[in-house]
Write a protein that binds this ligand. Structure first.
Ligand SMILES: O=P(O)(O)OC[C@H]1O[C@](O)(COP(=O)(O)O)[C@@H](O)[C@@H]1O
Ligand SMILES: [Mg+2]
Ligand SMILES: [Mg+2]
Length: 342
């Protein structure tokens, strides 16, 4: 059996002597370094103290837990040692300037899935890497990302990453404290009839999303003619990891609740990096109408509806949003949907 390659050596091979690639590789290594320490802390759970204790609130209006803040500190410290000029973090109101003149900027959700800290369910970190903005503040569209990664702290701690040219995964070897590349050029499997959505919000969704989910729930007796399975972990990283492993679709749409008109998830440090990773694995990511990576961010903490997964399934959700109902239809969009059996 061929020896597996460490994440560091994989990144070094990719970077060769190209200065821009070396900067990107160094930034991803900084993520891996901080993630190793955070994985250790999460793995100790209650032995490390009250990780889920509420300690404040962040710019997005979410409760901050001890682990949110500790994770933010660990990654900020790591980025200080990397060629990073600017950090946009979920846990900081404004972007924070780091290394003056450095070529890169990062956007980070230091601890994703905070509601799961005390339930011993997988949580994670999500990172987007892009060129440092010339004016120190204008955020680029997702398609200008240079790299993206997420780390999942689960039964295995794994880092899923892309620098373009495919999506790869490295698993933390707890014995050595090093990430080892365990999958290259991941491809999202097609055909899996599985969707993930927080169904408790059904009554607040737009008719297009209600119609899509109605058709999934109708199963073999409905217009899709097939039964579907449902999952909801409430950790974006865990949903993304599952979709990469076995396909299906994830939806966090906008809804009518106060504060959810633009969805729940954040464009710059959640939707964009996940979209880059998913697209590089052959999938798609949309807000229901537009490709996520073409949305122009207006602010660091901007929210967006997010739908991602197998490409044909994502395209089908877009059809539910964009195709007018056939003349004479009473049930919104329903009659035409049997045409799209994906
Ligand atoms: O509790 P809800 O509404 O189901 O939302 C779950 C979603 O919220 C998140 O936890 C938001 O991320 P944070 O924990 O970083 O705020 C996602 O990971 C997850 O997909
Ligand atoms: Mg999050
Ligand atoms: Mg978070």
């Amino acid at each position: 059996m061929q020896a597996r390659q460490s994440l560091e050596s994989h990144l070094d091979d990719w970077a060769a002597d190209d200065p821009r690639r070396v900067a990107i590789a160094d930034t991803l290594k900084a993520v891996a370094f901080a993630a190793t320490a955070l994985s250790e802390l999460i793995g100790r759970g209650p032995l490390a103290g009250s990780l889920a204790a509420e300690v404040g609130g962040n710019a997005g209006g979410d409760v901050q837990k001890f682990l949110d803040v500790r994770a933010d500190e660990l990654f900020a410290d790591a980025f200080r040692t990397a060629p990073v000029a600017l950090v946009c973090s979920e846990e900081c109101d404004q972007a924070v300037a780091l290394n003056d003149g450095a070529p890169l900027a990062v956007a980070i959700d230091p601890l994703d899935g905070s509601s799961n800290i005390d339930t011993n369910v997988s949580i994670g970190t999500i990172v987007s890497v892009f060129p440092a903005p010339a004016d120190g503040k204008t955020l680029p569209q997702g398609r200008e990302q240079l790299a993206a990664c997420f780390v999942i702290y689960g039964p295995q701690t794994a880092m899923v990453f892309t620098v373009g040219g495919g999506t790869h995964a490295a698993t933390l070897d707890r014995a050595t404290g090093r990430f080892i590349v365990t999958a290259t050029r991941i491809k999202i499997p097609k055909g899996r009839r599985e969707y993930a959505i927080n169904a408790s919000n059904y009554r607040f969704w737009d008719p297009a999303v209600q119609a899509y989910i109605d058709d999934c729930i109708a199963g073999a007796e409905g217009p899709r003619g097939e039964n579907f399975n449902m999952r909801w972990i409430a950790s974006l990283v865990a949903e993304a990891y599952r979709v990469l492993q076995r396909g299906g679709i994830f939806l966090y749409p906008r809804d009518a609740r106060p504060g959810y008109q633009e969805g729940r998830l954040r464009l710059v440090y959640e939707a964009n990096p996940i979209a880059f990773i998913i697209e590089q694995a052959g999938g798609g990511a949309t807000d229901g109408i537009d490709r996520i990576m073409t949305i122009q961010p207006r602010s660091v903490h901007q929210r967006t509806p997010l739908v991602f997964g197998a490409r044909d399934k994502v395209e089908n959700v877009v059809r539910y949003h964009t195709e007018p109902p056939a003349a004479g239809e009473t049930s919104p969009l329903f009659g035409r949907r049997g045409l799209f059996r994906v």
